[in-house]
Design a protein around this ligand. Structure first.
Ligand code: CA
Length: 383
């Protein structure tokens, strides 16, 4: 079996209503998808992480020009060998960011092919599943104006709860005083200690403001405090961990076992959040998870993308053991973006949904999805 064809699809569509997180205004939804095909008729799909402000063309160009020549004619089941080849070939200009997202997309597609070859879900090839369902948490709380939206965000929290979510992550980073007002309004509106709350500032602050916010939020009993400072400030992460009782989470902007190793060595995290579409795919994520647990760090994958990235993340989550064995351990939860996404649900033949507060992990071969080519074509940008 040999890799015969690799196609990259850049999907772009404008949002009716732009929204903001702390780093800027998101005006479009985009995705970088890759389809890998073999000479015996198997197909694998992958997706590169593309955050709201990231041009999807960077990962696409990396796949087209840097990775494809390394892969055509190779055995797709050699995914570890090929990962090493892709990483070392791009080392001098890669190591982080969109280049690793491109490698991640290919790696996901190769595991999808392996699943179709062996007629097993990816989680089975990775050694089996620790769970067959996962609890989703609502990610949302984006801003439509900017500051002073505490009332509307409190109403949004009620909507997530009515939709069945028992965990939700609030976007902060719009000024410490505004952030505190938002949290007070949301907590007062929910008035419910059974709802797990997390916060995410997307590294809006330096150490002192991040600490000030962290102290102000200690009474909210947060499940985690995500990206409090910039990803480069590993010392800042470690300082916050020491100063606060709230667990510190991060890693969506870190990449590969090499990058995560720096975080673990510095005792910078309570919860590592590798994203399957940017940490280096399954091949990197499984090693990052082992390294995390060996360093006393829990793993809760981050995910942001279309249905392909979500499907890959579901397979990964299935394979991650609880960080601490107990009768009632804390299981990883699935990031479930509740904001508008024109093509996410239409990209797969059988979109998943939440039943009784959980999402079932697909158990078909590979990623367990059937990608709809009509949707890929409809939203493809050919510029
Ligand atoms: Ca985040």
């Amino acid at each position: 079996m040999k890799i015969s064809t690799i196609d990259v699809f850049v999907l772009v569509t404008p949002l009716d209503e732009p929204f903001a997180f702390s780093q800027g205004w998101v005006r479009q939804r985009s995705a970088t998808l890759v389809r890998v095909q073999t000479d015996n008729g198997l197909t694998g799909w992958g997706e590169a992480f593309t955050q709201g402000l990231e041009p999807p063309q960077i990962a696409a160009a990396t796949i087209e020009h840097a990775l494809k020549p390394l892969l055509i004619g190779e055995n797709p089941l050699d995914h570890s060998v090929l990962w090493e080849r892709m990483y070392t070939a791009t080392r001098d200009y890669g190591r982080k960011g969109s280049v690793i997202s491109a490698i991640s997309a290919i790696d996901i597609a190769l595991w999808d092919i392996a699943g179709h070859f062996y007629q097993q879900p990816v989680y089975q090839l990775l050694g089996g599943q620790h769970r067959n369902t996962v609890q989703p948490y609502a990610t949302g709380f984006y801003r439509l104006q900017g500051q002073n939206e505490a009332e509307r965000l409190a109403e949004e929290a009620m909507q997530h709860r009515e939709a069945g979510f028992t965990a939700m992550k609030i976007k902060l980073g719009f000024g410490v005083a505004d952030d505190i007002r938002v949290m007070q309004k949301i907590a007062a509106a929910l008035n419910d200690t059974t709802i797990d709350l997390m916060v995410d500032t997307n590294h809006a602050y330096g150490r002192s403001d991040a600490l000030r916010l962290g102290h102000a939020l200690e009474d909210f009993n947060l499940r985690w405090y995500e990206e409090p400072v910039v990803p480069e400030d590993i010392g800042g992460y470690a300082e916050l961990r020491t100063a606060l009782t709230t667990p510190i989470a991060g890693g969506e902007n870190e990449h590969t076992p090499y990058g995560f190793n720096d975080l673990f060595k510095a005792a910078a995290l309570d919860i590592a959040q590798p994203d399957i579409g940017s940490c280096g795919g399954f091949t990197a994520a499984r090693n990052i998870a082992v390294m995390a647990h060996a360093n006393g760090v829990a793993v809760n994958p981050h995910v942001w993308g279309s249905a392909i990235a979500q499907a890959a993340s579901l397979q990964l989550i299935a394979t991650i053991p609880p960080a601490n064995h107990a009768l009632y351990p804390l299981h990883p939860v699935l990031e479930y973006d509740r904001s508008s996404h024109p093509f996410r649900q239409h990209l797969v033949a059988t979109p998943w949904s939440m039943d009784d507060g959980v999402i079932a992990i697909p158990d078909g071969p590979g990623l367990g999805i059937e990608v709809r080519l009509d949707t890929v074509e409809k939203f493809s940008s050919h510029s």
